[in-house]
Design a protein around this ligand. Structure first.
Ligand code: NAD
Length: 438
């Protein structure tokens, strides 16, 4: 008998060994609405279901969580299906390392729930989901042969779950990886343009974040971005083009940091004639968050808005691309509001990545109106209008913006897709009925 705590607190490698000892290649954790609890496909894994059933933080009646062991390399695959009223679960595939199974499950639940909210607020007919491949530290992530085989294997896993989750690119995954996924499944987006896809979404994400900043400035009656100072954490795929959009809008100065000197040199040379103060920091150095600036844009990692950082922030606006910036959305959303800082919820402004690939299967039109309306300040569900609406509601109701955005998103997430109803949930049901995990 394995205790709840011991199975959930195992690191993923120990957990994989447990699966192998018990001859388990696939398993599922599926929500039973009538019984109001999660059922696990194999009783040996009951502690995982017990852990989720007892959780009140990250579990929100996720419709299904499906897992498979890779054919080679001892890597665990996951597909987290949160809510599919608006359409099949959609969200990126993360290739990441976790200390424990609890961390892995929590990240998948949190990220898939975040995608439900992001897609609903963007008025997309997609549900919310997330894919995760758990990096095994014994493997070299940069081994191209291994990557190709792993992503192809993940593609076959996605085919097996029959479209309840449609995958895409996310942290740790690149366009080439997506091409490998695509070679094995049609249930994917964010594939390279050479095979009919929309390619890397980061520049679109960057532009959406800039529109969010513009809405926050308007809300505060602070004018435009011209002459403003922006502090940026991270100089990667989103931050680099974002700086370009900010310089185009004549910001006075950008202060930016990264942990990668080569990247800093590259970005510095790109913006050599601009007022860019770029610095190398180490992983634990969060001093960029405390710079004197108008806007702070977190574009590296999550959970950076917490008990330690919030009291020291000097920016008037926080608006960036990173997912899950608030360590605890309730506590820290309130703490930021109490400091009089305007926080623009991440899942409201970093939507353009998913918008960029949302209509990939529906063909392309020059200057696609279904894409550009999200950047049209007159469109009700544009990044600008939604941000303004959330900030105004926050002021009127004296409620932190994240809480307003979550409430609005959760209402929208319950709308059923006008053509396909709540199909994702039915796909999960049929997988269970047909013994997918066997
Ligand atoms: P990226 O990996 O290209 O860039 C992140 C950068 O942050 C890297 O250059 C990394 O070296 C740096 N970094 C990491 N830790 C740091 C630290 N402690 N201090 C300073 N720099 C640090 O990722 P990205 O695609 O630019 O995405 C950035 C964030 O935005 C991520 O949280 C991602 O989940 C989120 N996001 C991205 C997209 C997209 O379209 N790429 C869409 C939605 C959300």
């Amino acid at each position: 008998m394995t205790s709840n705590a011991s199975l959930v607190s195992k690191n993923p490698q120990e957990f994989i060994a447990f699966l192998q000892q018990n001859n388990i290649k696939r398993f599922s954790l599926v929500f039973d609405k009538k019984a109001n609890k999660v059922n696990v496909s194999d009783t040996k894994l009951q502690p995982l279901a017990d852990f989720i059933n007892a959780d009140e933080r990250d579990f929100m009646q996720h419709e299904g969580m499906l897992f498979q062991l890779s054919e080679k390399y001892d890597v665990l695959f996951g597909a987290f299906v949160h809510k599919t009223n608006r359409g099949q679960a959609s969200g990126g595939l993360r290739f990441w390392q976790y200390a424990t199974m609890e961390d892995f499950l929590r990240d998948g639940m949190r990220l898939s729930k975040g995608m439900t909210r992001k897609n609903a607020l963007a008025n997309l007919w997609w549900g919310g989901g997330k894919g995760i491949m758990v990096h095994n530290p014994k493997n070299d992530k940069n081994d191209l042969t291994m990557r190709e085989e792993l992503y192809k294997d993940y593609g076959r896993f996605i085919t097996s779950i029959k479209g309840c989750y449609i995958t895409a690119e996310d942290v740790g995954t690149c366009e080439e990886d997506m091409a490998n996924v695509f070679s094995q499944t049609r249930f994917t987006t964010c594939i390279p343009a050479s095979v009919g896809g929309s390619g890397n979404p980061s520049s679109a994400t960057a532009l959406g974040v800039v529109h969010g900043m513009e809405a926050a400035l308007k809300f505060l009656d602070m004018g435009t971005l011209e002459g403003k100072t922006v502090a940026v954490q991270g100089m990667g795929h989103v931050a680099e083009p974002m700086m370009g959009y900010l310089f185009e809008r004549k910001v006075a100065k950008i202060i930016a940091v990264d942990i990668n000197q080569d990247l800093i040199d590259e970005v510095k040379s790109k913006y050599a004639d601009k007022n860019l103060d770029a610095r190398l920091v180490d992983m634990k150095d969060n001093s960029i968050l405390f710079e004197e600036c108008d806007i702070l844009a977190a574009c590296a990692t999550g959970a950076i808005l917490n008990d330690e950082s919030i009291p020291q922030i000097k920016a008037k606006i926080i608006c960036g691309a990173s997912n899950n910036q608030l360590k605890d959305s309730k506590v820290h959303g309130q703490a930021i509001a109490e400091r009089g800082i305007t926080y623009v919820p991440d899942f409201l402004v970093n939507r353009m990545g998913i918008v960029n690939c949302a209509d990939e299967q529906s063909g392309y039109i020059d200057n696609d109106p279904y894409f550009y309306r999200h950047l049209d300040q007159n469109y009700e569900y544009s990044v600008f209008q939604t941000t303004l609406h959330v900030l105004n509601q926050s002021k009127v109701t004296d409620t932190p913006p994240a809480d307003v955005a979550i409430k609005l998103a959760d209402e929208l997430a319950l709308e059923n897709n006008p053509i396909y109803g709540h199909r994702g949930e039915k796909i999960v049901e049929s997988l269970v009925k047909n013994g997918w995990s066997k």
